[in-house]
Design a protein around this ligand. Structure first.
Ligand SMILES: [Fe+2]
Ligand SMILES: [Fe+2]
Length: 269
């Protein structure tokens, strides 16, 4: 007998595969976009507020830790085809995000090829480690992180006009935001499945991860503290936004009460 949340568990494998085929078929039908053909590369704005480029560079750097995000997770989930195939497909989509953001930094003239090479070099000097390695921890972290990422991209998109406007970046952020939202929706469905299979373990992971959430790899970015301050100052992401736009909507979508999220009291005596 395998544990209900063990990636090798037969029921979990069947369910995951069903969710993945649904996700993949929809992505192929409705969501595929091309970096080369679907972005108006001629419409960058050379006089855009330079803080936008700093934030885009920070987002691009987070996306560049892809080899760690994929390489560290796959060995843990290789026995579960739906999960592993999802992760491979997810990796393809995330790889596009850093390509497109990097292309925008260059084509807009906000960064030189030398600066981009420097950034790549810095990324590959550090390694990112999984924040969670239990199945429930990994899934809950991914569910929260994808929604937080969507909020970051959407809010930058909303601030663009007042920061000078850039039709190229606007279109690019729209495509990325749709992908991030789809990633979140997939993981939300997996968490719902996990709650059914083992409510106590999944609830404990939700408490642990969601009450202590941090975006991935931010501490690995050069000038990470400054970039985080820019992101807060431009009202793209901060603790309040996390609470109202990530934490609350997830708790509601999962139908959880705040009472359930409190840690169970230890028995005395
Ligand atoms: Fe992404
Ligand atoms: Fe994503």
């Amino acid at each position: 007998m395998t544990h209900p949340l063990d990636p090798k568990n037969p029921d979990l494998r069947v369910e995951f595969y069903r969710l993945y085929r649904d996700f993949f078929d929809r992505a192929e039908r409705k969501r595929r976009w091309s970096v080369a053909d679907d972005i108006p590369w001629g419409q960058t704005n050379k006089s855009l507020d330079p803080r936008v480029a700093d934030v885009v560079e920070a987002f691009c750097t987070v996306e560049m830790y892809l080899p760690d995000y994929v390489g560290k997770a796959l060995p843990l989930i290789r026995a579960n085809r739906g999960w592993a195939w999802f992760h491979a497909n997810w990796g393809y989509e995330e790889s596009k995000h850093s390509l497109a953001l990097g292309d925008w930094l260059l084509k807009s003239g906000m960064r030189t090829p030398e600066q981009m090479a420097d950034m790549e070099h810095r990324v590959f000097e550090h390694e990112w480690h999984l924040p969670e390695d239990s199945p429930a921890g990994m899934i809950v972290y991914a569910m929260a992180q994808e929604l937080a990422t969507w909020v970051n991209y959407r809010n930058l998109r909303h601030r663009l006009t007042e920061l000078g406007g850039d039709p190229c970046l606007a279109k690019l952020l729209d495509h990325i935001a749709v992908d991030e939202r789809a990633h979140h929706a997939f993981y939300l469905r997996v968490v719902q499945m996990f709650l059914k299979a083992d409510r106590a373990t999944t609830l404990e992971a939700i408490r642990r991860v969601m009450l202590g959430f941090a975006m991935p790899a931010v501490h690995l970015i050069a000038d990470g503290a400054q970039r985080a301050a820019d992101i807060r100052a431009l009202k793209i992401f901060d603790d309040d936004i996390y609470l109202t736009e990530v934490f609350r909507p997830i708790v509601d979508a999962l139908g959880l009460s705040m009472k359930e999220l409190r840690r169970p009291k230890k028995a005395v005596g």
